[in-house]
Design a protein around this ligand. Structure first.
Ligand code: GLN
Length: 451
């Protein structure tokens, strides 16, 4: 049914870069056979999933939205993909994304943009706009994402779906094409909180192949989503991330959701996180620094596009020509910014200062979690913007990440779920919940109480 839906609507939505019809149907048959043989399977066995094209898959290309990886079929599966397959989730295909996960609109994909199913003239968020659009257009019931600065939560917010960035280290990064390794985290996307919890359970858990993977039991996310209990929960509203600067309709839906939590027995407090004001600046130094280093691997020698200039080019000339042709503007911008921030003489002033701000943000969170069990704010300042609206203004695009980035800098888990439609434009608004590290289940208790 999902493949039929894709055949019918994806010409206009363009959520997928690759559709794996036959492999998905074969995987579904294999689940039927296992079930018929009496094997006990996960609740999601047989339920299909769309996979963000940042995750390696041995049976389909993995391009990360970049020309440099066009057609590349990896030699191994990402751990997340291995777990999906083992649990019996057929993979429908690979979803579109901003190149190397850099962006908030999916307009930076080398293979064309993805559109928001609520209004095809608007963006589906980014970088994981392919996954969120697939969910919102009913081309998949579940999808995966990665969130370095909001790429799971912001697309969820602007498409009326649910997305969770787990605690850093909660889901393996093995087999994800790295952007900023200290920030990247894979997570589940769905249309309901419980669906998302079930997928979270499949994806999460310790992996010896990822040295930053946490060796501890997966937080009880499914149980929490089923209980939906917020009685006595202290909910902290982040003063710096509400009110001014947020679209009135987004703020109105947020306020209603908070009132709903109070009706359900939660206690609301206000918290202040003064360092969040500097989060964007710190993020857009740390991220390009790590990305410039991670993307050095695309040297045209080991894999990816190779462009050889005429004559008898040196290895360096081949690398330069290949990177020039293979990377889009946003990727080049971040590589240049990152190498600059890391260069000798500037390192302490830029990268060093950004790392100090990162610590202050973690301290703000720690102080806030002394008075609150979870923190809340709108996920994004606005509903989905128009295609092209922010293309000419890089900083305007970056500013939209204001509410999602702090959690990445501190390694904390966060969820975005729909809070309703904004009055001005009738488009979905997102409600964000943040929790302390390895307390991911709190996102699900509060989220489920709001559904
Ligand atoms: N929009 C942010 C950026 O452009 C977030 C990206 C992400 O989470 N992958 O960096």
């Amino acid at each position: 049914a999902h493949l039929d839906r894709t055949a019918a609507v994806d010409e206009s939505v363009r959520a997928y870069l690759h559709v794996a019809d036959e492999a998905a149907l074969a995987a579904a048959d294999a689940v039927d056979r296992r079930r018929a043989a009496g094997e006990s399977l996960h609740d999601l066995a047989g339920v299909p999933v769309a996979v963000k094209d940042v995750m390696t898959t041995t049976d389909q290309p993995t391009t990360c939205g970049s020309r440099t990886l066009a057609g590349w079929v990896p030699p191994y599966d990402a751990t997340v993909v291995t777990r999906l397959r083992a649990a019996g989730l057929p993979i429908l295909g690979k979803t579109n994304m901003d190149e190397f996960a850099m962006g908030s609109s999916t307009e930076h994909s080398a293979f064309g943009d993805t559109r928001n199913p609520w209004d095809l003239g608007r963006v589906p968020g980014g970088s994981g706009g392919g996954s969120s659009a697939a969910l919102a257009s009913f081309q998949a019931p579940l999808a995966t994402g990665t969130d370095t600065g909001g790429s799971i939560r912001q697309p969820a917010a602007v498409t009326g779906s649910v997305g969770v960035k787990p605690t850093y280290g909660g889901v393996s990064r093995y087999g994800l094409v790295a952007m900023a390794s200290s920030l990247d985290q894979a997570g589940p996307c769905g249309r309901t909180v419980l669906d998302t919890a079930l997928l979270h359970e499949v994806m999460a858990g310790h992996d010896p192949m990822d040295s930053t993977s946490i060796d501890a039991p997966v937080p009880p996310v499914v149980e929490a989503a089923r209980r939906a209990d917020v009685a006595g929960t202290k909910v902290g509203i982040i003063r710096e991330l509400t009110g001014e600067g947020f679209q009135p309709g987004v703020q109105a839906r947020f306020d209603e959701a908070v009132a709903h939590l109070v009706d359900a027995g939660a206690e609301v407090v206000e918290v202040s996180c003064p360092s969040f004001e500097h989060a964007l600046a710190a993020y857009y130094l740390i991220l390009p620094s790590e990305a410039s280093s991670n993307l050095a691997r695309f040297d045209a020698m080991r894999y990816g596009l190779r462009v050889a200039p005429d004559g008898d080019p040196s290895a360096e000339e081949v690398m330069a020509a290949s990177r020039e042709a293979g990377f889009g503007d946003e990727v080049k911008r971040r590589i240049i910014l990152g190498t600059y921030a890391l260069s000798s003489g500037y390192y302490d002033a830029y990268y060093g200062s950004a790392q100090k701000v990162r610590r202050l943000i973690a301290d703000d969170f720690a102080a806030a979690f002394e008075t609150a069990d979870v923190l809340v704010c709108p996920t994004a300042p606005t509903t989905a913007f128009r295609v092209g609206e922010k293309s000419g203004d890089v900083l305007a695009m970056y500013r939209g990440d204001i509410a999602t980035i702090p959690a990445n800098l501190a390694g904390l888990p966060g969820m975005s779920l729909p809070s309703g439609l904004a009055d001005e434009d009738g488009l979905p608004a997102g409600f964000q919940i943040l929790a302390p590290a390895m307390r991911d289940e709190r996102l699900y208790s509060v989220g489920a109480a709001l559904e």
